[in-house]
Design a protein around this ligand. Structure first.
Ligand SMILES: NC(=O)c1ccc[n+]([C@@H]2O[C@H](COP(=O)([O-])OP(=O)(O)OC[C@H]3O[C@@H](n4cnc5c(N)ncnc54)[C@H](O)[C@@H]3O)[C@@H](O)[C@H]2O)c1
Length: 252
C-alpha cells in the first residue's frame, strides 16, 4: 500500500505507452503524487527503465503488451486488476507517428496508424470502463494531439486517428459521466520525445517558428495536466474536454 500523501494518494492507475516520453513522465508524476501505477507498453527494456525511476517501485507493476491485440489487452487488464485490485485511473498514451504524404500512403500504413493510435484506445477502454462503472467511478485520460484539431501535412493518418480519439472521448464522456466515470483528452503540441525524432529537420524548424511560445514542450510539462484530470477536487468538473498543453499552437 502506498500511503505517500499526494493528489493521487492510493489511486490505482494503468498507464499505456509508459515505456517512453509522455507516458513515462505521467507514470513518474502519478507515482510522486502517491499513486500505485501499472505500466503497459510493448517495449520491455523501456518499461524496466520507467519502473526503476518510480518512487515506491516495489508496489508498481509493468506489463508487456501489444495494445493492438484485443486478447492481449484483455489479459493485461485482468493481470493489472489481479495485482492492484482495481483500476481507478486509465491513461491511454501509447502511440506511433510517421510522415507519409497521402499520395504515397499504403492501406497498411494507414491501418497500422489507426490500429495503434485509435483502436487501442477503444480496446483498453472497453476492458477497463465496465470495471470503473461497477466500482461507481473512475477517470480516463486519452492522449490525443493538437494535430487532431488543426491537421498537419503528411500526417492524414495520424490526424485522423487523433481527431478520432477526441471524438471518442466526447462520446464516451456523454455515455458514462453520470455514472461517475469522467473521460477527457489531452492534446499536446510538439513535445521533445523519441516519437518526433523521425520527423524531418525541416518540419521541426517550421513547427518551432509557428509556435507562440517558440519552443517544443517537455514530457514533464504535459504530465501535470494528466495529474489534474485524475485528481479530486481539481479534475472533478472536467469531462469530455480536450486540454491543450501545446505552446499556444491551437487556441481553443
Ligand atoms: N511527442 C509529441 O510531440 C506528441 C504530441 C502530441 C501527442 N503525442 C502523443 O503522446 C503519446 C505519447 O507519445 P510520446 O511522444 O511520448 O512518444 P514515445 O514514442 O516516446 O512513446 C510512445 C510509446 O508508445 C508505445 N507503443 C507504441 N505502439 C504500441 C503498441 N502497439 N503497443 C504497446 N505500446 C506501444 C511505444 O513503445 C512507446 O513507449 C502518443 O499517443 C502521441 O501520439 C505526442
Amino acid at each position: 500500500m502506498n500511503d505517500t500523501p499526494g493528489a493521487l494518494a492510493g489511486r490505482r492507475c494503468l498507464i499505456t505507452g509508459a515505456a517512453s516520453g509522455i507516458g513515462a513522465a505521467i507514470a513518474v508524476a502519478y507515482a510522486r503524487e502517491g499513486a500505485v501505477v501499472a505500466l503497459a507498453d510493448r517495449d520491455e527494456p523501456g518499461l524496466a527503465r520507467t519502473l526503476a525511476a518510480l518512487p515506491g517501485a516495489e508496489e508498481h507493476t509493468r506489463h508487456v503488451v501489444d495494445l493492438t491485440d484485443p486478447e492481449a489487452v484483455t489479459a493485461t487488464v485482468e493481470a493489472v486488476v489481479e495485482s492492484h485490485g482495481r483500476i481507478d485511473v486509465l491513461v491511454n498514451c501509447a502511440g506511433i507517428l510517421d510522415e507519409t504524404p497521402l499520395v504515397e500512403m499504403s492501406l497498411d500504413t494507414w491501418q497500422r496508424m489507426i490500429d495503434v493510435d485509435l483502436t487501442s484506445v477503444f480496446l483498453v477502454c472497453r476492458a477497463v470502463v465496465p470495471r470503473m462503472l461497477a466500482a461507481g467511478g473512475g477517470r480516463v485520460v486519452n492522449v490525443a494531439s493538437q494535430l487532431g484539431q488543426k491537421g498537419g501535412a503528411g500526417l492524414t493518418h495520424y490526424c485522423a486517428a487523433k481527431a478520432g480519439v477526441i471524438g471518442f472521448t466526447k462520446a464516451l464522456a456523454r455515455e458514462v459521466s453520470a455514472k461517475g466515470v469522467l473521460v477527457n483528452a489531452i492534446a499536446p503540441g510538439p513535445i521533445s520525445t523519441p516519437l518526433i525524432d523521425g520527423l524531418s529537420a525541416r518540419w521541426r524548424r517550421e513547427k518551432e517558428a509557428e509556435l507562440p511560445l517558440g519552443r517544443f514542450g517537455l514530457a514533464e510539462e504535459v504530465a501535470p495536466t494528466a495529474v489534474l484530470l485524475a485528481s479530486d477536487p481539481g479534475g472533478n468538473l472536467y469531462t469530455g474536454q480536450t486540454l491543450g498543453p501545446n505552446s499556444g499552437d491551437v487556441m481553443a
